[in-house]
Write a protein that binds this ligand. Structure first.
Ligand SMILES: [Zn+2]
Length: 115
């Protein structure tokens, strides 16, 4: 099978639909990978971070960092202990928070700054 892509110049003046689609998919995949927004461990290497219960934003709670993983030469938090029941919570990309469903109602904890 010969592809007709070579009939079009590579300077991007004209592209086939297929090529355009391929490029879009590539950009999309790249973007999608970038949306891994797992939070970084604070630079001071603290073992605890402050979280806020999204249902009760007034309250700041301390949560223990259980697991980290290196990413781009920095550490990201892959598991955080639930400030209420102590169970390990994992990052939920959709909520952009750590979610615990171990104690009663599902709880969503967002990481907040300490000050
Ligand atoms: Zn919990």
């Amino acid at each position: 099978m010969t592809n007709n892509l070579s009939l079009f110049d590579s300077m991007g003046r004209r592209q086939t639909m297929q090529e355009k689609y391929k490029q879009q998919m590539k950009a999309y995949r790249k973007k999608k990978m970038k949306t891994d927004n797992t939070p970084y461990l604070p630079p001071d290497g603290a073992e605890e971070v402050f979280v806020m219960n999204s249902l009760n934003p007034e309250e700041k709670l301390k949560a223990k960092v259980l697991k980290t993983k290196e990413k781009q030469h920095r550490l990201i938090i892959t598991s955080l202990a639930c400030p209420v029941c102590g169970e390990g919570m994992t990052w939920d990309n959709k909520w952009e928070a750590f979610v615990c469903s171990k104690h009663g109602k599902k709880a969503i904890y967002e990481i907040v700054d300490t000050d």
